[in-house]
Ligand binder design. Structure first.
Ligand code: IPD
Ligand code: CA
Ligand code: CA
Length: 264
């Protein structure tokens, strides 16, 4: 596999998709809901996913594609080359704010992340990484992440996880919120992972994410030494939903040990 070629191809596809999304701001968008009233999708999410899938299927017919909106393949194993795409991560932000959303793409070989991309379309901020060759923010190489302690950490976490919920003991999470330096919530898992990789956040935690939310970001984050696991401390898998944490070294262990108690 010529990964340099795949990398250049993926970057140009993402930039073209970003342009299409920016153009869509001038047109009427159609909003539907999926699993519940706040689980939103638009015609743009679907159009962008189809744009990627048609191109990838034509140019890489032996690769498989997992896409959030369901236009890709039914993928049951990570064998071979698998592209994992979220055409718009942060759809609620896309609809309500027209910012703070991203295209997220990861390309895996036999389950190993080879290439990762997160494109914050409105800011024109492009994060990418190639396995063992470093991670980049636009054309700047991102440095390896240093350790940080909880009291110096800014943590990405959604406020819903400090309210009673069925996944974790929220009292422990309140402890984390009170003891860390500050919390932030951006409403796009991909952007939050990119922010950890680029040092703008020190950790990001979610109780339930899908493969397309994390596939691109994991390649980028791992390349700068961030640790990515589920909240049991196990490696994240890419064939179903799971909890997720990405954090700087040391902070990852401290959060799991002292602040996360899973229910059940
Ligand atoms: C969502 C965003 C959000 C996260 C949700 C995801 P979507 O993705 O990443 O930040 O909290 O769990 O589903 O639906 O906008 O692609
Ligand atoms: Ca998503
Ligand atoms: Ca999405």
């Amino acid at each position: 596999m010529n990964w340099g070629f795949v990398d250049r191809y993926a970057k140009s596809l993402i930039k073209e998709a970003g342009h299409k999304i920016r153009v869509s701001f001038f047109n009427q968008i159609h909003i539907d809901s999926k699993a519940d009233a706040n689980d939103l999708v638009t015609n743009i999410d679907r159009d962008i996913e189809q744009f990627f899938i048609k191109r990838i299927q034509t140019d890489f017919p032996d690769h498989k594609i997992i896409g959030e909106e369901g236009f890709g393949d039914k993928v049951e194993t990570m064998e071979g080359v698998v592209w994992i795409l979220d055409p718009i991560d942060g759809t609620m932000n896309f609809i309500h704010q027209q910012r703070n959303f991203a295209i997220s793409l990861g390309i895996y070989l036999d389950g190993v992340g080879m290439l990762g991309y997160i494109y914050d379309v409105v800011r024109d901020d492009f994060y990418h990484a190639k396995k063992d060759e470093g991670a980049y923010y636009n054309d700047e190489r991102l440095p390896q992440l240093e350790k940080v302690a909880v009291n110096n950490a800014v943590i990405g976490v959604n406020a819903r996880w400090v309210a009673p919920n069925r996944y974790i003991d929220h009292e422990k999470m309140i402890g984390l919120v009170l003891e860390c330096r500050g919390t932030r919530s951006y409403g796009s898992a991909a952007i939050e992972i990119a922010y950890v990789a680029s040092g703008r956040l020190d950790a990001y935690i979610s109780m339930r994410l899908s493969p397309w939310d994390i596939a691109g970001g994991m390649v980028i984050a791992n390349e700068v030494g961030a640790i990515t696991t589920n909240l049991n401390g196990e490696p994240s898998h890419l064939l179903g939903q799971d909890s997720f944490i990405v954090a700087r070294p040391r902070l990852h262990g401290d959060i799991l040990k002292n602040y996360i108690r899973l229910i059940k």
